[in-house]
Design a protein around this ligand. Structure first.
Ligand code: NAP
Length: 247
């Protein structure tokens, strides 16, 4: 009766804690991308499944009875694979995703864009000193349009390749507080913040600091979730769903 939790997020770790406390049989899955991942409690496996096909095999071989996709809202590949694999294997799937910031933010200096390329163009237009917090994976989208800008790129792990001369790479991982974010933005004279609509409190302080300081903020919209997959925004909703599907 094993539940598979696709993780790599705070929500996934909170869910693992709740399942562990309830004595449920579950395994958390991590991609293995970051060097020092925050590990959830309980059994964990690390590494890709080998696409949707590999995930189907995994579900069948391990007798998985339900999957909770608690990956990051921008982890499009694994969410798409989970939807395909669970349909094929006939295993119930739930999306657990923290609410985005769109509902609560209508600040005049927020610029919503559809993807990272648009974010790079918007940032280039809006200012000269950019705080880039969209992560390591799509950094190549920004190096061209922001080659002549002063950029502070904040990432968790070191980058694989070089960055333009005017860029500073800052290795750090949250949570961040308001005071620290204010200090960082002041120190580097930041006039544009670039972020994804990750949602949650973990990285919210930068938004508050930017609002306070009148900094232009470029926000990349979330990818569209699979309309056929039910979703919840918290651990309690996930536990209710699991109780229903495991009956
Ligand atoms: P992605 O592009 O959606 O996934 C790429 C491939 O990585 C997947 O096809 C899968 O490989 C493997 N993978 C991803 N998540 C996995 C998981 N939880 N367990 C096993 N394999 C996984 O994912 P991503 O954006 O690189 O994110 C990777 C991980 O980091 C996710 O678990 C996500 O929750 C976490 N994370 C992502 C972000 C972000 O901004 N994207 C931010 C914070 C944390 P196979 O096809 O071989 O199965």
């Amino acid at each position: 009766m094993t539940v598979l939790v696709l993780g790599g997020t705070r929500e996934a770790r909170d869910l693992a804690r709740a399942l562990h406390d309830d004595g449920l049989d579950f395994v958390s899955s991590l991609a293995g991308r970051v060097r020092r991942p925050c590990m959830p409690v309980g059994h964990t496996r690390v590494g890709g499944f080998g696409g949707a096909e590999g995930l189907v095999d995994h579900l069948v071989e391990r007798g998985i009875v339900a999957v909770v996709d608690a990956t990051h809202p921008f982890a499009e590949g694994i969410s798409a694979n989970a939807a395909i694999a669970c349909r094929r294997a006939g295993v119930p799937l739930l999306r657990l995703a923290r609410p985005g910031w769109s509902g609560e933010r209508a600040a005049a200096r927020w610029h919503w864009v559809g993807d990272h390329d648009s974010a790079a163009r918007a940032a280039a237009r809006l200012g000269t000193r950019i705080l880039l917090t969209t992560g390591r994976q799509r950094l190549d989208r920004f190096t061209g349009p922001l080659a002549a800008h002063r950029v502070v790129a904040r990432v968790v792990d070191p980058l694989d390749g070089p960055v333009p001369a005017g860029w500073t790479v800052l290795l750090d991982r949250g949570p961040y507080d308001l005071q620290g974010e204010r200090r960082l933005m002041r120190e580097h004279g930041i006039d544009v913040l670039v972020t994804k609509d990750s949602g949650g409190d973990h990285t919210r302080a930068k938004l508050d600091a930017a609002d306070e300081m009148g900094t232009e903020t470029v926000v990349v919209r979330r990818p569209q979730p699979d309309a056929g997959v039910p979703s919840v925004s918290d651990v309690d909703g996930t536990l209710r769903w699991l109780r229903r599907v495991r009956r």
